[in-house]
Design a protein around this ligand. Structure first.
Ligand code: ADP
Ligand code: MG
Length: 333
């Protein structure tokens, strides 16, 4: 049974950045305004996310790493409606099957912080009082210690570290109102202020050129019940961009959140690409958020939630394409 759990967990959390994404989403769910990520050896030795969110109740400690234990579904229908993030209490359980997990957490109304250790979905001893400020700190050590093949395959720690950076970068840009810090002893460590200033975040992380050319996006479709928002940088001539890419001074950034979830969703990129291609333009930066009636999408199709299924996909894409057409027209005539 443990082997089965471990294999399943290894699928859900295939790489360190998958774990980071889940932990950061939990912190955001808990209302955190400050989130710190600390890694050693690309997360294989140490992977830690601490936040100033609402914390975990002492009585809930023995549950949090149990499979399907979630405090976020009020009733079964929520599974369909996906009111908050998360895929039904699997992230922490999975993590505890592929790493040694420690949780320290303090609620604002709690006397003190408590801490506990977890292995294979179970709490190891009872919770103990601990020092700690309001919020939660989750530490995973020796990631994939029991999946040696996986662990040894990750020889290119640089690549894992880059994926973690990329993951956190997306959150930092999506939520400029939250302060994110990444510390992995790499040149790409960063900290954002969390003061809500997107331009500053983009400027610091991706450069002034992009930050100075941000164009906001806002499309409300009452007909298809979705809101499309975000920012993209003023498109530039493809030839210019190519020259810049060759000098390796720039790379293009594209990020999609759907109902607050970071997802890989290329189909939302296609309408913009099409509009720009016709004009030999390219866009170096685009960050969008699609808020859509939860009955019209299914983000739970795959445990890593990288794929999303839309009802009325064509109609949605058509409206977004028409909108981009209009916006680009306004800029370039
Ligand atoms: P889910 O997010 O789907 O509920 P998880 O396995 O990610 O499942 O988390 C299990 C539970 O642990 C959550 O429902 C929440 O109650 C608690 N939890 C996890 N991380 C945090 C955090 N950073 N702050 C407060 N509570 C947390
Ligand atoms: Mg979660």
């Amino acid at each position: 049974q443990d082997v089965v759990n471990r294999m399943a967990a290894g699928e859900v959390l295939a790489r360190p950045y998958n774990a980071i994404k889940e932990l950061v989403e939990n912190s955001l769910d808990a209302g955190a305004t400050e989130i710190q990520v600390h890694m050693q050896n690309a997360g294989l030795k140490l992977l830690q996310v601490s936040d100033n969110g609402k914390g975990i109740e002492r009585d809930d400690f023995d549950l949090v790493c149990e499979r399907f234990a979630t405090s976020k579904l009020q009733k079964f229908e929520d599974l369909m409606h996906m009111q908050t993030y998360g895929f039904r209490g699997e992230a922490l359980a999975s993590l505890s099957h592929v790493a040694k997990v420690n949780i320290v957490s303090k609620r604002e109304d709690g006397k003190c912080a408590y801490q506990a250790d977890y292995l294979d979905g179970k709490m190891l001893a009872t919770t103990k009082p601990a020092a700690g400020k309001n919020g939660t700190c989750i530490t995973a050590t020796d990631l994939f210690y029991n999946l040696p093949v996986r662990r040894n395959k990750m020889v290119t720690h640089g690549e894992e570290a880059k994926m973690v950076y990329d993951t956190l970068l997306r959150f930092a840009i999506h939520r400029p109102d939250v302060s994110f810090a990444l510390r992995q002893a790499q040149s790409n460590d960063f900290r954002t202020k969390g003061d809500g200033n997107l331009r500053d975040v983009v400027s610091n992380l991706l450069g002034r050129e992009i930050a100075d050319n941000l164009i906001p996006l806002a499309l409300d479709s009452t007909r298809l019940k979705f809101e499309f928002s975000g920012n993209f940088s003023k498109p530039i001539a493809a030839a210019t961009a190519k020259a810049a890419l060759n000098r390796k001074t720039t790379r293009s950034f594209f990020s999609v959140f759907i109902n607050g979830r970071s997802v890989r969703c290329e189909i939302l990129k296609h309408p913009l690409d099409e509009v720009l291609q016709n004009r030999s333009l390219i866009c170096q930066f685009c960050s969008v958020h699609l808020k859509i009636d939860e009955t019209r999408i299914d983000v739970n199709v795959h445990p890593t939630k990288s794929s999303v299924i839309f009802l009325e996909k064509e109609a949605i894409i058509d409206e977004i394409r028409a909108y981009f057409e209009k916006v680009v027209n306004e800029i370039f005539g």
